[in-house]
Design a protein around this ligand. Structure first.
Ligand code: IMP
Length: 175
């Protein structure tokens, strides 16, 4: 599969992705059985994860969106820009921050700081993918889907320069 100048090869199949989503949903259903959490979804990448996850939740739940950008091409720029969002009042609420992938960890670290200012009752992070070898700052992930090596991936919401988000499977950069 080709996106712009780069080639990608199949990496994680839809079935494995959906199983990971269901496992996270089951854990959230249990942990928040008596609560009404807000899913703060990080755009653009986490929209598919948020949609599939929400369909597996049987608790009362709200959704809200925040848009940030840290990647240029296939590299993290190390700087996180907030583009819009987080207008939902979060005081006293249980926030679950939904990420498609935690790579360097700068994005979630930045978002946690912004979220804390809104005085929620709790903040937990759920990420579908996690690259432990790329982590630059300590990040505590309560709900982790699939751990992957430090390789660039696309599909299931994840992009290469804006393209490749629509695939049901995940692909990795061909070396
Ligand atoms: P971090 O701030 O380095 O942890 O990166 C988080 C953000 O970078 C994610 O929300 C993605 O948007 C993007 N990102 C990180 N790794 C990848 C990748 O392999 N493919 C596509 N986007 C990625």
């Amino acid at each position: 599969m080709k996106i712009n100048d780069k080639s990608f090869v199949p990496y994680i199949e839809e079935k494995a992705i959906q199983e990971a989503v269901q496992d996270i949903a089951q854990a959230i259903n249990q942990d928040f059985a008596e609560r009404k959490p807000v899913l703060v979804t990080v755009l653009n990448g986490a929209f598919m994860f948020a949609s599939d996850l929400m369909k597996c939740l049987d608790i009362e739940v709200e959704i809200s969106f925040v848009k940030v950008k840290s990647y240029e091409g296939t590299q993290s720029s190390g700087k996180v820009k907030q583009l819009f969002g987080l207008d939902t009042p979060l005081e006293g609420k249980d926030v679950i921050l939904l990420e498609d992938i935690v790579d360097t960890g700068y994005t979630v670290q930045h978002l946690i700081k912004i979220l804390e200012e809104k005085k929620p009752a709790s903040i937990n992070i759920a990420s579908l993918l996690f690259k432990p070898d790329a982590l630059q700052v300590p990040v505590s992930l309560k709900y982790k889907g699939i751990e992957i090596p430090n390789k660039f991936v696309v599909g299931y919401g994840l992009d290469y320069d804006g393209y490749g988000r629509q695939y049901k499977d995940i692909y990795r950069l061909k070396e």
